[in-house]
Write a protein that binds this ligand. Sequence first.
Ligand SMILES: NC(=O)c1ccc[n+]([C@@H]2O[C@H](COP(=O)([O-])OP(=O)(O)OC[C@H]3O[C@@H](n4cnc5c(N)ncnc54)[C@H](O)[C@@H]3O)[C@@H](O)[C@H]2O)c1
Length: 300
Amino acid sequence: MAGFLEEKVVAITGAGGGIGRACAVACAAEGAKVVVADIGVGLAGEDPRSEVADAVVAEIAGAGGEAVAVAEDVSTMAGGSRVVDAAVEAWGRIDGVVAVAGILRERMLFNMSEDEWDAVIATHLKGHFTVFRHAAAVMRKQESGSLVGFTSGAFAGSVAQANYSAAKGGIVSLVRSAAVGLHRYGVRANAIAPIARTRMSANVPMELGEMGEPEDVAPMVVYLLSDAAAEVTGQVYTVVGGRIAVWNQPAEVREMRTEGQWSPEEIASRFGEVGVERMALIDRLEEYRKAAAAGDKPNT
Ligand SMILES: NC(=O)c1ccc[n+]([C@@H]2O[C@H](COP(=O)([O-])OP(=O)(O)OC[C@H]3O[C@@H](n4cnc5c(N)ncnc54)[C@H](O)[C@@H]3O)[C@@H](O)[C@H]2O)c1
C-alpha cells in the first residue's frame, strides 16, 4: 500500500530528538523524503552537536527511507534558508515544513533576563519564521505546500514561562497569518499543541495532568502534511496520547457602544455590558502557590 506521504519532500526542525524525531521517522515511514534539521542543543539551547541529526538520518536510512541532515541554528535566516535549500537541492521541491525546534528558559517575569527572553523568542517564534518564510517562497511557485507549527497550551498564559508563552502565542498568530496569506497559492498552515514525554516536558514546572508519547503526535503531523488534509488550514490542534482537540478561533464576544467618545466615568458605569472573560488559570493560582510551598509541582 502506498504511504500517506509518497512523493512528498518534508523538512522538520528539531528532528534530532523528542517529538521532532518521532515526526521525521513517521513521515519517512509514510514515504516522504525528509530533511532532518537539528543543531543538537541542550534543553536551554546550549552545547550544539551535529550528531543528533545524523543519527536520525541513519535511523531512517536503516529502515529503508531517505533523509538528509542539516545541523543549523533555525533562529537565523541563514539556518532557515539552509533547511529549505537542502530539500530543494536533494529532491527539487519542498511539500511540507514542520517547525518543532524549541528550548526552555523558565523564569518569573520579574526575574527574567533579556537573554532568556531573546533566546526563547528567537528559537521558537523566529525559528518558525525563518523556515516558513523560505519555504513559502518555493511553495508559492509550486502552488502547493503544508506548514505545520508547534505551539503549546501555554500560549493561553503561563505563570513562570512568559517568554515561552509569548513565543507560542506568536506562533499561533503566524500560522493563522500564513493560512490567510498563502491560501490563494494553495499553501496551508496549521499548528499543533502537543503534550508528550520528552526531556522538555520533564522540565516544565508543572505536573502535566495528561501525558502521551512523541509517537502519538506524529500521525497528526503526517495527516496535516498529506493531501487528505487539503481543506484544513488556519487550525490549532491539541494532540496528547489518543486525544486530538481543535481550538476555537479568537473572536469578540460582547460589545458596548456610545455616541462619540467614551469618558472613563461612562466606561466605569457601563462596564458590565462587556465585563470580563474568565481566565481559568487565575482561579488556580492559590492551588499553585500551595503546591510550590509544599515543594511539589502543581497539576496543569
Ligand atoms: N513535550 C511536550 O509536552 C510539549 C508541550 C508543549 C509544546 N511542546 C513543543 O513541541 C516542540 C518539541 O518539543 P520536545 O518536547 O520534543 O523538545 P526536545 O527538547 O525533546 O526537542 C527539541 C529539539 O529542538 C532542537 N533545537 C533547539 N534549538 C534549536 C535551534 N535553534 N535550531 C535547530 N534545532 C534546535 C534541539 O536540539 C532538540 O533536538 C517544541 O516546540 C515544544 O515547545 C512540547
